[in-house]
Ligand binder design. Sequence first.
Ligand SMILES: Nc1ncnc2c1ncn2[C@@H]1O[C@H](COP(=O)(O)OP(=O)(O)OP(=O)(O)O)[C@@H](O)[C@H]1O
Ligand SMILES: [Mg+2]
Length: 224
Amino acid sequence: MANPLIIAVAQRKGGVGKTTLAVCLAGELDRRTGGVGLIDADSQASACQWAQPGNLSFPVYELDTDSRPIADWVQMVRRIPHEILVIDCAPNDRALGAVLAIADIVLLPCMPSGLDIEATARTLGIVRRVRGSRRLSLRALIVPNRVDRRTLEGVQLTEELETLGEELAPAIGSRSAFVRAFAAGKSVHDVARGSPADVEIRGLADIVVRSFNLTSKVAEPQRP
Ligand SMILES: Nc1ncnc2c1ncn2[C@@H]1O[C@H](COP(=O)(O)OP(=O)(O)OP(=O)(O)O)[C@@H](O)[C@H]1O
Ligand SMILES: [Mg+2]
């Protein structure tokens, strides 16, 4: 398929929610378009484990960036036939360079910790370097993750991320539904329809759908 939309979920630091957001966003976009494939580019293969019970509506491809030359990896990605590819990236600079070379948009999850904010700033440094060497544009969307917006910590995270000079998505809360979704091998919409986690993932999908004018098969109800 010519030129799929490529959505990378990436971050130099581990454990920030890349796999969680990649799988649940892929599930939501697939629900709307029916055209999503997810590439597990991390040799830890967490997204593949999520898919193991066979309950996800979209295919997950195990294609890590560690065990092959990057040029081969890019060629293999190019042969995967979907309208939308979501890539769950490994937390290292090599993987980051590979996915940023081909992504249309990169989502950068960031949890409320100084280490995560520092890692986000460094990751954005790499994003900006890649932008300088690319013909096509590369959007970046910082996604505050596991945030309690009512706490000072949550408010401070948003304020600090705003200073990084890139688009900021609405925060995703700390939600047990994501943990249950992984345990059930399902997307969060399928384990907890209408829950705050589901609503937050739908909000993230809305941003992607609007940004890239994706046509949706599912009419989304207007939310306040
Ligand atoms: N919004 C959230 N609410 C509750 N738990 C979350 C949330 N986001 C992630 N988690 C949990 O945090 C842990 C790390 O998440 P995840 O595996 O998605 O991170 P990652 O960035 O992919 O990690 P790695 O770099 O190791 O691949 C998991 O146990 C996951 O269930
Ligand atoms: Mg992961």
